[in-house]
Each structure stands twice: as structure tokens, then as C-alpha cells.
Design a protein around this ligand. Structure first.
Ligand SMILES: [Zn+2]
Length: 227
């Protein structure tokens, strides 16, 4: 863990406001902060967020086939975990996972996020990304979202909804790990408690992103990276 990063004391009122949001709202915010959705109808974003969450929650649980490797330094990069397709691997950042787990304890959120569940949820989340990357689930998610970009007669072509796979992965993780709330709430709370690292003249690393993440006007969220 980088001591200079996890220094901010979360504002209790801000955390209460976060906890008071429903999980679909976190999905809406994620989509609203994702490039290509600027100016979209909020009602459409809510419809997509709900559909993506329902899709992820209904995904059949399967064992994770990707290699799981652990690293340090996630807090500094603003990452909790990420999936890479080449090689097929899930990288877990143990410092960020420990920070999120400790925050759940400090906030009295153990009913929602039992001890050890952050790591399990991170693996499940990235495993969902792997399925949405390789398999038929990718097209199934597009159909579930119903974003029709072309119609010819009775045929329809469905477009990509940026950020929807992220919502689906969180919903899958929540369901298979039996969490009381979406991991999006905990990652938002963690973002509230993190002080961004000092600005650097150029990015130290540019890891391949798993998926876009909800954007905060003030700081990055600790899971994944924006494209
Ligand atoms: Zn993700």
C-alpha cells in the first residue's frame, strides 16, 4: 500500500448519501460518466443500467478459467483488479483489495460485504469480463440491452453500449458472492476515501483496461480504468 494514497478520511455524510442510493443509480452514474453517453436521455441510461444488471445477475455461475495473479501497487494506479485477454489472466491488486475490505469493516458494512468477499467479488467480476469478451454472452448482453442501430425488414442489429459490461460484471459478482449490495457502492466509498496520487508529468504505466469505470468528478474509482 502506498501510504500517501489512503489518507483521506471519508466524509460520513457523503458515505450516507452513497449508501442511500439504489444499486441501479450507481449503474446510471457509471454510464453517464462513460464516453459516448454524453447527452443521452437519463431514462434510457436507467433502462440500460437495469437491463445490464439483470443480465449479469442472471448469468450462470461458472468456474473462472483465467489465471489469477496478485500484485501490489494497485492504490497508486487506482486499480483493484483487471482482466487481460492476452494472456487470459486476472490480476488482483492486494493493497486495494485490503483497503476496500478494511473500509467495509470501518463503515460497519460487513452484512453487505463479509470478510474476504472483496477478493472473491473481484475474481468473479473479472471472470464475468472474460465471458463477455470471449463467448456468446457478449451478443446476448447486446440483445438484452436492445440498443438497435440498424433495422432491415425483420432483422435488427444491436449496438455496443459502453459501460454495460461493467455493470453486468458487478451484478454477476454481487450475485455469485451473495453480497448485500453492489460492489459499485463499496468502490464508490473507497474512491471517497482515497487521495489521488500527485500528478506526474506522464503516465507511469498504461495497463490495458478491463472496462470503463464510473467517473467521479474529483477522483478515479479504485476498480479498473477508464478507456
Ligand atoms: Zn470491470
Amino acid at each position: 500500500m502506498t501510504a500517501s494514497v489512503l489518507t483521506r478520511t471519508p466524509d460520513p455524510a457523503a458515505l450516507r448519501r452513497l449508501a442511500g442510493l439504489d444499486d441501479v443509480e450507481f449503474g446510471v452514474r457509471l454510464l453517464a460518466g462513460t464516453p459516448t453517453h454524453e447527452g443521452r436521455d437519463p431514462a434510457l441510461l436507467r433502462q440500460w443500467a437495469r437491463a445490464a444488471a439483470e443480465f449479469g445477475a442472471a448469468l450462470e455461475p461458472v468456474a473462472c478459467a483465467a489465471d489469477v495473479v496478485e500484485s501490489d501497487g494497485g492504490l497508486e494506479m487506482g486499480l483493484l483488479a483487471r482482466y487481460t485477454s492476452r494472456p487470459d489472466a486476472i490480476e488482483l491488486f492486494t493493497d486495494t483489495i485490503a483497503a476496500a475490505d478494511g473500509l467495509a469493516e470501518r463503515l460497519g458494512w460487513r452484512d453487505w460485504y463479509p470478510a474476504g468477499s472483496v477478493r472473491a467479488a473481484a475474481v468473479a467480476h473479472e471472470a464475468a469480463h472474460a465471458r463477455l469478451h470471449h463467448g456468446p454472452a457478449k451478443a446476448e448482453l447486446r440483445r438484452a440491452l436492445g440498443h438497435v442501430v440498424l433495422r432491415l425488414g425483420s432483422r435488427r442489429w444491436y449496438g455496443h453500449v459502453a459501460g454495460a459490461d461493467e455493470i453486468a460484471a458487478h451484478a454477476y459478482a454481487r450475485t455469485v458472492c451473495g453480497l448485500g449490495r453492489s460492489p459499485l457502492l463499496l468502490t464508490a466509498a473507497l474512491a471517497e476515501s482515497l487521495t489521488p496520487p500527485p500528478a506526474r508529468p506522464s503516465p507511469a504505466r498504461t495497463p490495458k483496461p478491463a472496462t470503463p469505470q464510473p467517473r467521479s468528478p474529483r477522483r478515479r474509482t479504485p476498480h479498473g480504468r477508464e478507456k
